[in-house]
Design a protein around this ligand. Sequence first.
Ligand code: NI
Length: 207
Amino acid sequence: MKRVALIIAATALVLAMAVAIGWYIDTGNREVRSGTVTGTGTAEIGGAFSLVDQHGQRRTEKDFAGKYLLVYFGFTHCVDACPLAMLAISQALDRLPPEVVDRVQPLFVTVDPARDTQEQIALYLQNFHPKIVGLTGTVEEIGVAARAYRVPFDAPKPDANGDYQVQHGTVIYLMAPDGSFLAHFDHVTPAGEIAESLRRFVEGGGA
Ligand code: NI
């Protein structure tokens, strides 16, 4: 009995930590929603990165200074959270007037650089809003970006067909024009909610 209690306590602790950090894990086969946090504007999320976009251009955080960034880490072979997240972002932008969309820059950063070449990402993003910039790079470069945004990811061994699903955090971060963290959504946040939040921040000149 003691052992069971210990396991329950340990599980509760891990869950509490996940909630505190605000991670949503895309397990590949099903989504585990581990909790929610409220943006305080003080969370140390974000930072420098240097990656390559779907057109082959080297891009850093400086290229997007002055924009409200929607930052999402995922991969094009994802069959769960990623298409939902990209769709939610696309539909949110579709609902907003051009002057608001103009201030917003969505970024899709791959956590699967081995398969997500710039060509693959370009192909993938044809399914979504044209404003989305897709970013790839070396494993090291992706690691720097993922650590800055505190996005956990882990690729299991490929199956017999060479296929695999990368487990990864599924938070959509909203960053202010000055690079500070404003709020977050995830792949199940309704597009209307994302749109309203963007409109509020952009029109209110938040941060
Ligand atoms: Ni995914």
